[in-house]
Design a protein around this ligand. Structure first.
Ligand SMILES: O=C(O)c1cc(=O)[nH]c(=O)n1[C@@H]1O[C@H](COP(=O)(O)O)[C@@H](O)[C@H]1O
Length: 273
């Protein structure tokens, strides 16, 4: 099964476009978790089990694991997700970008070491920095396009001689040239619904969009869904990390995370119509 097929099945069978981001910050763990020798694994496993019924997938952000020398815990979590929730896509958020020979190792890191179904990458170095990921034909490559952060406008709005902003140029390159075997997706922030709409119009129904920026970053769910959904009312992995992970710092942290995940999923589904 390819990443795209797994994602389509997850949208359908889970009836959800919500992706839960795993950004474990030990400073924000509930006290009951903090003493554990593998607190990062235990916290993320608790979040995964609490929110699995409401999501179309999970998105671990590698920096939160690597900064705590917890790569082994990340690998164990990825293994846990695949064994316990084999139907849910795992998107490793690592935003790698380098020359081809190095990118081959970044691809192996994502798809072999961490068993990711897809990985986020930075397109700044162009196609030969993306091509090594495409060699893994069943895997997904989610390419940064119009990011959710304010600073994204510093470069992504830069206009080419034809007057087209860079983020739309990236969208066209991906949809028309780079998207071999239907492997590619794009990252577009929920904080920029106008641009999200333009990207969807540019790429059509079949390029999945990873859409961070609701919850903690303040993106509006209804605007996001109206702008980014495809004609099948799917097409998006709408990410929420902090709003779900840290819904409560008390003993009820799992129940609170589950409640926010369910509410978010339901709000997204209400907007899908
Ligand atoms: O690639 C990403 O997931 C990503 C792209 C982007 O433009 N903005 C963005 O916030 N993200 C990630 O989404 C997560 C933040 O989610 P929140 O905690 O819900 O704001 C972090 O892991 C970010 O790295």
């Amino acid at each position: 099964m390819t990443f795209t097929e797994k994602l389509e099945a997850a949208w359908k069978n889970s009836n959800s476009l919500l992706m839960v981001g795993l950004d474990p910050d030990p400073n924000r763990f509930p006290p009951c978790i903090q003493q554990s020798k593998q607190a990062i694994f235990d916290f993320c496993k608790g979040i995964i089990d609490a929110t699995a019924p409401y999501v179309c997938g999970f998105k671990p952000q590698i920096a939160y694991f690597a900064s705590e020398s917890a790569e082994e815990q990340l690998a164990a979590l990825c293994d846990y997700i695949h064994k316990t929730y084999p139907h849910l896509p795992l998107v490793l958020d690592s935003k790698r970008g380098d020359i081809g020979t190095t990118a081959e190792h970044y691809a192996k890191e994502a798809y072999k070491r961490y068993q990711a179904d897809a990985v986020t990458v930075n397109p700044y170095m162009g196609f030969d920095s993306i091509e090594p990921y495409l060699a893994w034909q069943n895997k997904g490559v989610i390419i940064l396009c119009r990011t959710s952060n304010p600073g994204g406008s510093d470069l992504q709005f830069f206009e080419s001689s034809s007057g087209e902003p860079l983020y739309l140029h990236v969208a066209s390159l991906v949809a028309e040239k780079w998207n071999r075997h239907g492997q590619c997706g794009l990252v577009v922030g929920a904080t920029f619904p106008e641009e999200l709409k333009k990207v969807r119009e540019r790429v059509g129904d079949d390029v999945p969009l990873l859409v961070p920026g609701i919850g903690a970053q303040g993106g509006d769910i209804n605007s996001t869904v109206q702008a980014g959904k495809n004609t099948r009312s799917t097409g998006m992995m709408i990410n929420s990390s902090r709003a779900i992970l840290y819904a409560s710092s008390g003993d009820d942290w799992q129940e609170a995370a589950a409640a926010v995940a369910m509410q978010t999923r339901d709000a997204i589904n209400a907007a899908r119509g």
